[in-house]
Ligand binder design. Sequence first.
Ligand code: NAP
Ligand code: MG
Length: 511
Amino acid sequence: MSETTTEPQLGTPNGHAPAVEAPPASRAPVRWEYAPAPESTDHVRLHDRYGLFIGGEFVEPAEGRYAPTINPATEEPLAEVAQASAADVERAVAAARAAQGPWAALPGIERGKYVFRIARLIQERARELAVVETLDGGKPIKESRDVDVPLAAAHFFYYAGWADKLEYGIPGPPTPGAITPRGVVGQVVPWNFPLLMAAWKLAPALATGNTAILKPADTTPLTALLLAEILQEAELPDGVVSILPGDGSAGAALVRAEGIDKIAFTGSTAVGRDIQAALAGRDVGLTLELGGKSANIVFEDAALDQAVEGIVQGIFFNQGHVCCAGSRLLVQESVAEDVVERLWARMQKLRVGDPLDKNTDVGAINSAAQLSRIGELVAAGVEEGAGLRQVSCALPARGYWFAPALFTEASPAHRISREEIFGPVLAITTFRTHAEAVEKANNSNYGLAAGIWTDKGSKAFEVAAQLQAGVVWQNTYNHFDPTAAFGGFKESGFGREGGAAGLRPYVRQGA
Ligand code: NAP
Ligand code: MG
């Protein structure tokens, strides 16, 4: 609590302020401190070991390999998790193949009931899922509680509603039965939004009558395994979904497996390229949701305090481990100094530390490997001559941490402006005219998202139309909704997830 206190100036009951003397000018202002507010973990019961989820049950991995998943905030192991190999992939494909016909043959309204049930069970277990997401991946509890888990449920709710209305969501030949599922789909997801990415993948696949095999990321398999328990509870028919934790080799085996009809991948551009090459010449549908280096553009007529909040939300949300992070700030020269100073003042107030504390804004970096990648790129930025400012704050002794940072004078040629840092580091540059803003924003190999801050709607629409980005936010950032399509251009990938557009990659039309 406060170190120095002053008496609050209360009005009298009749509303008139009491006649009091003005406080002495020397009196120090109230300084409010945060008390620790840790979320309880009492309701979470993790098993010591998790198997693979194949054919509706947890099974031993073929090669008998298990690996620990750790809490990146403490470096303590949380559980041992089975590691899938090619033989397990084969087994899961066989189970998915056997389940697919009957699953697709269910009337849409019946399939939809299962998907609704999954959504409701996620809501029922929301507290547990949020805590486990935070323990396994390091993200602040307020984000897993208020964003990841509710949005994961929302995706299942949303696509459940489509299951019996597909012909309205997927415009095409009007003949009933002309929309057919792809079949067996393989889905590989990254570690930054583990449960949410699983929901983005599974919900549309199930609604459209596909069966699915999901490979969660190496460092964050636990919420996908809790989701497997939820699928059992929902009595989803065996084999409709299999979950195969493991490392990159399990993902590579899944992508190359015989009998797969579609791959949906979210992850890095490098792995996306590898997958595209592996599937060349095969009749396997592919969607790639890859990296980004998104521009957040602040015009001089923007509400600057609001824009500063949006800049913070754009780059420090989830420690910057966000594919569509607003990692390049483009600010109009006339207000640049003002914006940077307000931003810097705001950054001092970010609370970095224990992800389980409900007041934490910036949690732990997901892994040692990611921390060293951030460190390498920041060192390159300093080397190349950009101006680094990093918040100075106490960080826990154990775990992986990186204090929020910004670079001024980040030139478009610098690595920090071109490469995805995937951490809490912002590269700032200025522009003078609209045309220059658009040119700089589009000067990237990526094309995932962008933000525009202006008081004028017409300007926002005009600029948005010129940006090569799959998503453009106006006077907000990192806002997600299951009804809205998400996806990229250029090296950010292709295909859309979310909304009615997200149904299309999971069906064949007019067959
Ligand atoms: P990553 O290395 O590409 O990993 C993504 C997933 O692919 C993980 O499950 C990974 O397994 C697996 N994998 C690794 N090598 C593979 C291979 N050769 N074949 C098949 N699968 C393989 O990416 P990451 O570092 O985990 O995630 C960060 C990246 O994801 C960033 O670039 C970010 O922009 C991107 N991302 C994009 C979106 C989007 O919607 N566009 C969303 C989130 C993240 P392991 O974990 O075991 O290595
Ligand atoms: Mg972990």
